[in-house]
Design a protein around this ligand. Structure first.
Ligand code: KG4
Ligand code: ZN
Length: 337
């Protein structure tokens, strides 16, 4: 085993993730989630998330080591999400990674959460094409990236100017009384609906930027539902879900493929929790085939926040000879790409 064993820690939001990789081989991906504790608030509560990370950290490290069949002494390098994310949540992971790195005398790599969402695909589909375009869509972020080299050169092309795509799913699910998180249930209900039933707006569709906007769409759905209720008519939940979902994924795929075309890139990667969406996957595949672009989407467990993605990027940084961080590494909630 010549490649280094890397342990990665992710605590930027509500998942405590600890992953272990050797090069691009995934050995363990342990997760503890506090999502159930946030459900009754309809969104992640930062203080609740931080406390849950504290409680879950050591058991999750232990579980990852057991799953990989290794001990802490076998670990060659530590990687940790340094940002962006919730400040208190990030601090727990960064403190844990520093403590382990210091006690073992091993190098520590602070990584960017968004770049880690890109790097994780190497664990499933092998080395990333250079360059590729990445569309990252989750509850906390919606970004288009140009990625010449995931270990050292990741460029932001655009991002949401208001709500993240997953946040829009969650808010619309809430106004339809479908529960939290909203993405999976809207995805499911949309399968029985007609995606052309209601013409919801596509924000910033052809505005010449790679940015997104979803708050106008959310408001349009709310107005439409209110009007039905005021008229005393039943709300066709499946049609609303399908039409809303289509408006989101249409814009996402449209802008991602325009980024590929404008930059002469033949490979598109989609990651983040919303990449689990079945309509997003289907529409992206259809339009990529038509455009001659190869599509890579990691399996759903690797799309949502996890420790393996952090370990994957750490391993890539080790391989690329990137200098490790020192023990002053800060948790930076708005770490730029
Ligand atoms: O990446 P993730 O686990 O956490 C972060 O937000 O960083 O993403 C969670 C988000 C939630 O907003 C959830 O509603 C959304 O991903 N999501 C989906 C689906 N599964 C999860 N959105 C649409 N369709 C899905 N099938
Ligand atoms: Zn994420």
């Amino acid at each position: 085993d010549s490649e280094p064993l890397v342990l990665g820690i992710e605590t930027s939001c509500d998942e405590t993730g600890v992953g272990i990789v050797r090069g691009t081989a995934l050995l363990a991906d342990a997760i503890a989630s506090s999502v159930d504790q946030h459900a009754r608030f309809g969104g992640v509560v930062p203080e609740v998330a931080s406390r849950a990370h504290l409680e879950a950290m050591i058991p999750t490290v232990d579980r990852a080591l057991a799953d990989a069949g290794v001990t802490l002494r076998d670990v060659d390098a530590l990687a940790v999400t340094a940002g962006p994310g919730l400040p208190g949540a990030l601090m727990v992971g960064v403190a844990a990674a520093k403590a382990i790195a210091l006690s073992l005398g091993k190098p520590l790599y602070g990584v960017n959460h968004l770049a880690a969402h890109v790097a994780v695909d190497q664990l499933e589909h092998g080395p990333l094409p250079k360059p590729c375009v990445a569309l990252l869509v989750s509850g906390g972020h919606s970004s288009l990236l140009l990625v010449p080299d995931v270990a050292g050169d990741v460029r932001s092309l655009g991002a949401t100017v208001d709500d993240a795509a997953g946040e829009a799913f969650d808010k619309v699910a809430r106004l339809l009384d479908l529960g939290f998180p909203g993405g999976p249930v809207i995805d499911r209900r949309a399968r029985e609906g007609d995606r052309d039933a209601i013409a919801f707006p596509r924000g910033k569709y052809d505005d010449g930027t790679y940015d997104f906007s979803f708050s106008g769409l959310k408001t349009a759905v709310a107005r439409w539902v209110e009007a039905r209720e005021r008229a005393g008519e039943p709300v066709p939940v499946a049609d609303v879900a399908a039409s809303f979902q289509e408006a989101v994924v249409d814009v996402l795929v449209h802008k991602a493929l325009r980024a590929c075309r404008d930059h002469g890139v033949r490979d598109l990667l989609i990651g983040g929790g919303v990449a689990a969406n079945s309509r997003l996957r289907a529409l992206a595949q259809e339009r990529c085939d038509a455009a001659g672009v190869r599509l890579r989407v990691p399996r759903p467990k690797l799309c949502t926040d996890n420790g393996a993605m952090v370990a994957a990027l750490g391993a890539e940084m080790v391989a690329a000879g990137v200098a490790p961080s020192d023990l002053t590494l800060p948790a930076d909630s708005s770490l730029p790409i």
